[in-house]
Each structure stands twice: as structure tokens, then as C-alpha cells.
Ligand binder design. Structure first.
Ligand code: ADP
Length: 369
């Protein structure tokens, strides 16, 4: 006899998931990987949580349905793989037990303003009353010490929680550590691979970050083993991707997003941030000049179905603020300060929405029968 995937699906439509009363196909629990080899049938069932109480009974009911409605000769027992969408978030995070949310700030390519956005987002969150920490993990160009006017800072060791810990530097209400504090600028770029990864792990796990609402990580641009290390080390709440509206930047932003959503990394993307969205001259405040193209990030966000969290114009003061160590977000009454306040509000709203409504998108195989 010949068995077809449709016959299997029809059988699975007769099985209801007790949690909702809907059938397995309707629930989207049957993965699109039904394999048929003679009488051998294999496929996977997708559950929300690895500890779903109905896993055993649903698998048993699915086996019975196939034997009943397709043929008693089908070899199905033990051939259904169970997968879970949600990896129970490693909580409390052993490395940062008192940190509520970890945000990775990333970009597809360098020079799009990732570090500027990270610094201003951190300051804007601190102004809104949150406890904020920032780790500058950009080994290719650690610029946070400069942006926070902390170039002279030399983090020291403190005795805390029964251990010797690195005390983060602090300015504008943001606790900050940078890989730049520990290596001189010109050799930072040589810190590839294990050395950089280990140094970053130390800056996370052996530092006195204390209680934080938001811990931001300014990642190196693009994709690297640093990204992998960090996602394997920390339960990252979500990533934001900074890009300019220019086509070449967007192409790299797209790659960045697919890295986060891919199987290896699997971090939810909180949204895109369009930096250098337009230029407005001080003497013509109504005019907007779209130097890098108009609304490129907005279109990409719509296409990829991720939120656009903010649009930041090109303004001389943003650049100057970075150079003199006074992020523009410190002044929430300016256009630029307002843009960063709005961005911070959107990031908080996204995280709160996710924390209350959505299961993390992490997908892991929990049992192989
Ligand atoms: P990245 O971290 O992506 O390499 P940076 O944050 O270092 O980029 O920014 C690159 C340069 O662009 C810096 O000189 C910075 O001051 C400037 N810059 C970034 N965003 C803006 C902006 N919105 N308006 C003006 N200058 C900006």
C-alpha cells in the first residue's frame, strides 16, 4: 500500500490538543517534515513548552489515529519526534542574576551609528528612571569610554557578594564597562576569537553590575564569534538592529536580522532602528533631506514584519555629543533628545509586550524518541 502525507495529516486532524480543544493540524503543531519510507512514517510535533503536560498523551493519540485511520501496518510507534518552541529562559541567569532585561545592540555594518544609538538609548532609559548598564563589546572600535567621557576611567576591583569583582565606571546614570578599558585601542582589533570572548565573559560575570532593569550590549558590527559567545553565555531578551536607510546598509541589516532569528543564535529581534534617517538644517527646521534614501528601514521592517523602533535624524550635535562625551539624549528638550526618548519608550514597550504576551522564539529539540 502507498501512504501519502495527506493521509497522515487527515488522521492528525482527528486528534485534539487538550489545552485548546483544537486539532493538531489547526494548531500548527505538525511540522512540515513528514517522511514516508515504505511503511515507515516519521515527523515531529511542536509544543509550546518543553514541559507541556500533554506531550505523552498527544503523541500516543497521534500514533493511535494514524494506526486507525491510515493503516494498522504503519510503522509509527516511537517515530514521532517532540520539539518545543520555548526553551525555558535560563532563569535566574547565573551570570547576571539581578538583571531583568538584556538588549543586544547590533548592526549589519560598521559606521551606521550603532555605538551612538547604544549610548543615547542607555542615557534615555536612565533618564526615564531605569537602572541601566552598558557593556561595550565592540572589539573593533570600543567607543563608549569616549561617548561617556570616561576615557580616563580605570575600573578597579571591589569586594562584593563574597568575591572580588570589577566595579563598572559610571556616568549619566549608566554603569559602563568597555573592552577598551582593558586593551589599548590599536590592539583591540587583534583580540579575536577566544581571547576576546573570555575577556567579555569576565566583564559580564565578574563585574559588580548589581540590580539592573536594562543591560545593553554594544556588539561588534556584522556577525562574529563574539555574537555566538554572547548568546550562548547570556539569556538575551532581544536584539535591536541599527541601520541607515541606504541600500548597502539595509542588505547587511537583513543579514544581521537573519543571524539573530537563525537556529544557531535564536534571539528575538525587538526591532529596527533607522539612524541618519534624514538631515534637517538648523536654519530650515521644516525641511528634511533624505541623504541616504527615504524610509529604507521602514520598508525593511514592514517586509520582515519587525517593528521600526525609531528614526533618528542626522544632526551635527549627535556627532559632536559623541566626540565630547555628552550624548544628546541628556537633553530631552531638543529634537534629537526627543527622538531618543521616543526610541527608549518603544524599546521598553516591545520588551514589556514580549515579557507578558509572547513565548520566546527559541526552538529546541527536547526529546528524541
Ligand atoms: P558604529 O558604532 O555603527 O560604527 P558610530 O556610532 O561610531 O557607528 O557612528 C559613526 C559616526 O557617525 C560617529 O562619528 C558618530 O558621531 C556619527 N553619527 C552617528 N549617528 C549620527 C547621527 N544621527 N547624526 C550625526 N552623526 C552621527
Amino acid at each position: 500500500m502507498q501512504i501519502y502525507p495527506n493521509l497522515i495529516l487527515d488522521a492528525l486532524k482527528t486528534v485534539r490538543y487538550p489545552g485548546t480543544g483544537k486539532d493538531l493540524v489547526e494548531m500548527g503543531m505538525v511540522e512540515d517534515n513528514i517522511r514516508i519510507d515504505g511503511l515507515n512514517v516519521t515527523f515531529s510535533l511542536l509544543f509550546d513548552k518543553p514541559n507541556d503536560p500533554f506531550i505523552r498523551s498527544v503523541v500516543k493519540a497521534a500514533e493511535t489515529a494514524i494506526l486507525t485511520y491510515v493503516s494498522p501496518e504503519v510503522n509509527i510507534k516511537g517515530n514521532i519526534t517532540v520539539k518545543a518552541k520555548q526553551l525555558s529562559r535560563p532563569e535566574p541567569d547565573k551570570l547576571l542574576p539581578k538583571v531583568k532585561n538584556i538588549i543586544a545592540v547590533s548592526s549589519g555594518k560598521g559606521g551606521v551609528g550603532k555605538s551612538t544609538v547604544a549610548a543615547n538609548l542607555a542615557v534615555a532609559l536612565a533618564l526615564q528612571g531605569y537602572k541601566v548598564g552598558l557593556l561595550d563589546a565592540d572589539i573593533f572600535g570600543p567607543s563608549q569610554p569616549k561617548m561617556f567621557n570616561l576615557e580616563e576611567a580605570r575600573p578597579y576591583m571591589v569586594e562584593a557578594e563574597g568575591r572580588e569583582l570589577i566595579e563598572p565606571a559610571e556616568n549619566y546614570g549608566v554603569k559602563m564597562l568597555s573592552i577598551g578599558f582593558f586593551v589599548d585601542k590599536d590592539s583591540a582589533v587583534l583580540w579575536r576569537g577566544a581571547m576576546a570572548s573570555n575577556a567579555l565573559k569576565q566583564l559580564i560575570g565578574d563585574a559588580n553590575w548589581g540590580e539592573l532593569d536594562y543591560f545593553l550590549i554594544d556588539l561588534p558590527p556584522g556577525t562574529s564569534d563574539i555574537h555566538l559567545t554572547l548568546v550562548q553565555t547570556l539569556a538575551i531578551t532581544g536584539a535591536v538592529v541599527v541601520s541607515t536607510p541606504q541600500e548597502v546598509a539595509l542588505a547587511d541589516a537583513r543579514k544581521g536580522i537573519s543571524m539573530f532569528t537563525g537556529d544557531k543564535v535564536n534571539v528575538p529581534v525587538l526591532g529596527l532602528i533607522e539612524n541618519m534617517a534624514w538631515f534637517t538644517p538648523a536654519e530650515l527646521p521644516e525641511n528634511k533631506y533624505y541623504l541616504f534614501g527615504k524610509e529604507g528601514c521602514k520598508r525593511l521592517a514592514e517586509e520582515l514584519n519587525v517593528p521600526l523602533l525609531g528614526q533618528i535624524p542626522i544632526v551635527q550635535s549627535i556627532c559632536e555629543g559623541g566626540d565630547v562625551g555628552k550624548p544628546v539624549a541628556l537633553n530631552p528638550n531638543t529634537i534629537t533628545g526627543q527622538a531618543f526618548q521616543a526610541l527608549a519608550e518603544n524599546v521598553v514597550a516591545q520588551i514589556e509586550y514580549r515579557n507578558t504576551h509572547l513565548a520566546p522564539t527559541q526552538r529546541v529539540e527536547v526529546t528524541k524518541k
